[in-house]
Design a protein around this ligand. Structure first.
Ligand SMILES: [Zn+2]
Length: 210
């Protein structure tokens, strides 16, 4: 079973009763993530998330610092405006109000969060109106109209970041091969011995500017 708590987030559980619907299993698979504007500061958000009633959400995104996770990924939180919007989507509230752009760290947090969801939920990507949603777009799932998140989400930074291929990770064999070559190279330098052609070519390839 995959991890339902994001390693890059601080854990501050919300009220244990403020989520879910009778007879509906949770946590459940989610098909997307809804980004919100909290329209308030972190102190207000913390007060609401500790109350037994709605609204509740999965993550708070403070202006400064790490994401705060309140419920397990896949919990049926009450933020997206309707049951049909709360069941398939998790929710992240960014601190601040309409007219305030997200801080650089808030934008990075939303990128990191989306990456984690793509990996853990096995989504094919993070595309607008597929996995990447705004609260006001939940009207199609029966939610009342809202301005939230009031154009505060910098999709033009988030979506391209999610499209970048992850850096390829070297295999253990590749790392050992490099260490072996570096060792040979050091020995050759120490004893002033020529390297054979194959090793010379390999070292040239390793040290060439990319
Ligand atoms: Zn909202």
């Amino acid at each position: 079973m995959s991890d339902r708590w994001f390693g890059k987030a601080v854990r501050e559980p919300g009220h244990p009763l403020a989520h879910g619907y009778p007879g509906i299993r949770e946590p459940r698979e989610k098909r997307g993530l809804v980004y919100h504007s909290a329209e308030g500061n972190l102190a207000t958000m913390r007060r609401i998330i500790l109350a037994p009633g709605p609204p509740s959400w999965t993550f708070s995104n403070p202006k400064v610092g790490r994401l705060i996770q309140h419920h397990e990924r896949g919990t049926n939180v009450w933020a997206n405006g309707s049951v049909a919007a709360n069941l398939p989507f998790d929710a992240c509230e960014s601190e601040g109000v309409a007219g305030e752009p997200l801080t650089e760290s808030q934008t990075q947090n939303l990128i990191d969060l989306a990456r984690w969801y793509v990996k853990e939920e096995g989504w094919p990507g993070f595309k607008r109106l597929q996995q990447a949603w705004e609260h006001n777009e939940m009207v199609r799932f029966g939610a009342p109209p809202t301005a939230c998140p009031s154009d505060r989400i910098p999709w033009n930074a988030i979506i391209p970041a999610l499209e970048e291929a992850p850096m390829p990770q070297p295999t253990v064999e590749q790392i050992l091969k490099v260490l072996e070559l570096v060792n040979k190279w050091a020995e050759a330098l120490r004893f002033d011995e020529p390297l054979d052609e194959k090793d010379r070519a390999a070292i040239h390839w390793l040290t060439k500017p990319s």
